[in-house]
Design a protein around this ligand. Structure first.
Ligand code: ASP
Length: 338
């Protein structure tokens, strides 16, 4: 059997950070050196690896759509030469990057697994070692053609994840879809969950700079605040974080009027619930139905991260607004259950 090959992109994050006077900071060149010293890589079941240590590893709090594009292009450049890809990334915005890459990498037929850690690789009780070794092993031997996120024994669909623990090792949850694979003494793959791509050739869809934002409802939110928010900078799309099944304070008539006015003008407002689990169903309560009638579209059970990335993606493709609305409510990469 030919040795498998895995490409590792180290973008930054705690995993490769060093303690400093300013707190943990990313350190250029450090990760490559440390990984090279791991005896595990000499094991015959481990693939041949190539590590690309990004010139300026970053704390993922600084990730931007331009960085997503660099990662996607890096994968595209090396796509034909490797069996799988591992992206080492900070945990803070990992779910956003996983969601963005799932849309950017059109026609992906190889595994791309994003992982990181809560404790740096250098520290005694680090979770980095397990996460890296399992991610590399899965990328080599389990040809799951999706952007996945591996953390604490679970391989999740990337665009279904959200960071739910600031310091626990099980930092990520995929509240609406079970893990694609779980690691124990055996590796259990839920094959029926694997997403089937419609096209066979990889194409990287660059994100242009559409104006996308997130608006969270809260008790006491004023109509003026919502009006000002929606009027600013010609927003193209908004993720509206509503209550429960997609509900809003409809007794605040000017607030609803502001939302309707924005939808009438062509803004795409997608309704995602503030709840950790479950699905938006705007027709259930009057407080949701009014949003539906105002032109707000359902985000179903999409995470905010996935909805935001999907808006970036669709508005980067020169599509008519009606088509964007149609695609927002359709599963493109397994990101929603309609
Ligand atoms: N602030 C770090 C980052 O996201 C946290 C981590 O990696 O866990 O880069």
């Amino acid at each position: 059997m030919a040795t498998k090959k895995v490409y590792i992109a180290y973008t930054g994050g705690t995993i490769g950070m060093m303690p400093s006077e300013k707190g943990f900071v990313p350190q250029e060149g450090f990760l490559e050196k440390t990984l090279a010293s791991f005896p595990e890589f000499a094991h015959d079941q481990m693939p041949q690896i190539t590590i690309h240590d990004y010139a300026e590893p970053i704390d993922s709090a600084n990730m931007s759509p331009q960085d997503w594009h660099l990662i996607a292009k890096d994968i595209e450049k090396n796509y034909n030469d490797y069996d799988g890809f591992v992206v080492l990334h900070g945990t803070d915005t990992m779910a956003y990057t996983a969601s963005a890459l799932s849309f950017m990498l059109e026609g992906l037929q190889k595994p791309v697994i994003i992982t990181g850690s809560q404790i740096p690789l250098t520290q005694l009780r680090t979770d980095a070692r397990d996460n890296i070794i399992n991610a590399i092993y899965l990328a080599a031997h389990y040809p799951i053609p999706e952007v996945c996120l591996f953390f604490h024994d679970h391989l999740h669909r990337g665009n279904r994840c959200t960071k739910t623990d600031a310091d626990g090792f099980a930092a990520f949850s995929s509240p609406n879809v079970p893990p694609i694979a779980s690691i124990g003494s055996k590796i259990k793959v839920r094959k029926h969950l694997i997403f089937k791509q419609h096209r066979a050739e990889l194409n990287v869809q660059q994100f242009s700079a559409p104006k996308i934002a997130i608006l969270t409802l809260f008790p006491g939110i004023s109509a003026e605040f919502v009006e000002d928010f929606l009027a600013q900078a010609n927003l193209d799309g908004v993720v509206l974080q509503s209550y429960g099944m997609g509900n809003a304070p409809i007794n605040n008539k000017p607030l609803i009027k502001a939302i309707k006015k924005a939808c009438d003008k062509g803004m795409v407002i997608v309704n995602c619930t503030q709840c950790m689990q479950g699905c938006v169903q705007m027709e259930t309560y009057e407080t949701g139905k009014v949003l539906l009638d105002a032109g707000v579209i359902s985000g179903f059970d999409m995470t905010t991260e996935a909805a935001l990335a999907k808006l970036y993606y669709l508005f980067s493709r020169d599509l008519a607004v009606d088509l964007i609305r149609e695609k927002m409510v359709t599963s493109l990469r397994g990101e929603l259950t309609p």
